[in-house]
Ligand binder design. Structure first.
Ligand SMILES: Cc1cc2nc3c(=O)[nH]c(=O)nc-3n(C[C@H](O)[C@H](O)[C@H](O)COP(=O)(O)OP(=O)(O)OC[C@H]3O[C@@H](n4cnc5c(N)ncnc54)[C@H](O)[C@@H]3O)c2cc1C
Ligand code: SF4
Length: 478
């Protein structure tokens, strides 16, 4: 796999604490990881007790056969480990890097639960797939036979790409439409490069393209092409458009200059890492360099923003969150990483308004946690008379995402949505209320995880194959 030249700051991860020093931070990611991985992957894999009650596997949304590929790794049978791992996961190198393993496979490892520290499953999964790419073991997409049936996929994020891969391997014609100029969805323009290097994502896009998947990029459905035109062109359609409507705040001053949305900030930063001209970054609007940055929110997107701002050499980076550390939605590991990098968390605080235009400060209320609500979660309450002003030159709003109103945006009748605005789809087939139209990923689940998007995409592809009645050729042999 090609080296990633733009990285100068390395997230060495929780399983390499001995290497977290300044010299590493200025070195090249892949070289360090390669040195680390060969010995460490085998050592970690051999820690698996083969317990026979694989909670790790049950709690992986793809039900990866983790114990078996750990055993193969421990025995040095890496190619077999890779073959097994990729049989259930379309993008194991991506999940190995960015799944919140502490909430999924690793959090349920019996060794972790007995107090001895988890087997670092994600790091091993990443290692065996990176090794497979380096050694040419990753099979190109080359279907045994081509079929005339064609599928239109709207959205080139992990859900759309996982479906495209599975459909194309069956010889079906696949066109993926996306409004962006590159595929990958949030893998490309949301998640920062220090967590998921962009060449890793682009390698998969290249593989799909070389395997015959057509990409219709810069094609915004509803603007450049209509949904009905896509439906008319293909035998079935998969909607995999993700959720992009940023939640906002009703507070005085929210329209001031230098208050920006997390998705715009992260997209600009990711575009710069590709070497693109990004006007709003170059003008300073979406660049944290030298600024006092305040990020509002406590989820993983907020963590990505604070850590990106540190890398852009902000003067200071603070994160305001209305609950405390124990009650924040973001991953503990991410908070720890951010703190180690110099981010200050101002717990139990919420913005009351914004001063200045352009912004000069956030007017902040102090909160305390009150009685638990219906969900059992303690609700934040305002502490009267404890307000203060947090100075800021750039405020990034990371308050979460909601689905856009697709039926209205695309002028479609008969596409049912839930009361949250997500597309209503069958739990296992992902069929929507429209004949031959399927939906997968965040647009069905609401903001979720890459690994769930991959699972949905794979399942939707299988249901679409049944629907178009394409003769099965390769799935069993994959
Ligand atoms: C900042 C951030 C960080 C995250 N970090 C992690 C993480 O570390 N680990 C993890 O597991 N998950 C993470 N997630 C969540 C994860 O990225 C998503 O759950 C996942 O990408 C959803 O996949 P998807 O294919 O459904 O949608 P997306 O990845 O959002 O892809 C949807 C695609 O559809 C395209 N599209 C939308 N509308 C149209 C239209 N009208 N016409 C044409 N194309 C359209 C978009 O351009 C996009 O390319 C993160 C999310 C964010 C926002
Ligand atoms: S896909 Fe994610 S949850 Fe499943 S084994 Fe890999 S890292 Fe763990």
């Amino acid at each position: 796999m090609a080296k990633q030249p733009m990285l100068t700051f390395v997230d060495v991860g929780r399983d390499m604490p001995d290497k977290r020093d300044a010299s590493i931070r200025n070195s090249d990611f892949h070289e360090i990881y390669a040195e680390y991985a060969a010995a460490k992957a085998a050592e970690q894999a051999s820690r698996c007790s083969q317990c026979g009650v694989p909670y790790c596997q049950t709690h992986c949304p793809l039900h990866n056969n983790i114990p078996d590929w750990l055993r193969l790794t421990a025995e040095g049978r890496l190619q077999e480990a890779y073959e097994l791992s990729q049989s259930t996961n379309t993008f194991p190198e991506i999940c190995g890097r960015i799944c919140p393993q502490d909430r999924l496979c690793e959090g349920n490892c019996v060794i972790e639960q007995s107090g001895h520290g988890t087997v670092t499953i994600g790091a091993v999964e990443k290692y065996i797939t990176d090794t497979a790419f380096e050694n040419g073991w990753v099979a190109p997409i080359s279907p045994a036979r081509d079929h005339a049936e064609s599928i239109g996929i709207i959205g080139a994020g992990p859900a759309g790409l996982a479906a495209a891969d599975r459909l194309r391997r069956q010889g079906v014609q696949v066109t993926v439409y996306d409004r962006h100029d590159r595929g990958g969805g949030l893998l490309t323009y949301g998640i920062p490069g220090f967590k998921l290097e962009k060449d890793v994502v682009m390698a998969r896009i290249d593989q799909l393209r070389e395997g015959g998947v057509e990409f219709a990029l810069n094609s915004e459905v509803g603007e450049d092409i209509s949904f009905e035109a896509i439906r008319g062109k293909h035998d079935a359609v998969l909607i995999a458009t993700g959720v992009y409507k940023s939640r906002g705040l009703q507070a005085p001053g929210t329209n001031a200059d230098s208050i920006v949305r997390a998705i715009d900030y992260l997209t600009a930063s990711n575009r710069k890492s590709f070497g693109d001209d990004v006007e709003d970054f170059d003008s300073g609007e979406l660049n944290a360099a030298g600024k006092r940055v305040v990020v509002i929110g406590g989820g993983d997107t907020a963590m990505d923003c604070v850590r990106t701002a540190v890398r852009q050499k902000a003067a200071s980076v603070k994160c305001l969150y209305r609950r405390d550390r124990d009650n924040m939605p973001g991953s503990r590991r991410e908070v720890q990483n951010a703190e180690e990098e110099g981010v200050e968390f101002v717990w139990l605080t919420a913005p009351r308004g914004f001063a200045g235009d352009p912004i000069t400060g956030v007017m902040v209320r102090r909160m305390r946690l009150g009685a638990p609500d219906a969900s059992g979660r303690q609700s934040p309450e305002v502490i009267d008379g404890a307000d203060f002003v947090e100075s800021a030159d750039l405020v990034i709003m990371a308050l979460g995402f909601e689905p856009e109103d697709l039926p209205k945006l695309w002028g479609i009748e008969g596409l049912e949505v839930t009361r949250w605005g997500t597309v209503q789809a069958d739990f296992s087939t992902h069929a929507t209320s429209l004949e031959g139209v399927y939906a997968a990923g965040d647009i069905v689940r609401g903001a979720s995880l890459v690994v769930w998007a991959i699972r949905d995409g794979r399942e939707a592809a299988d249901a679409i194959l049944d629907y178009i009645d394409a003769p099965a050729n390769a799935i069993a042999a994959e």
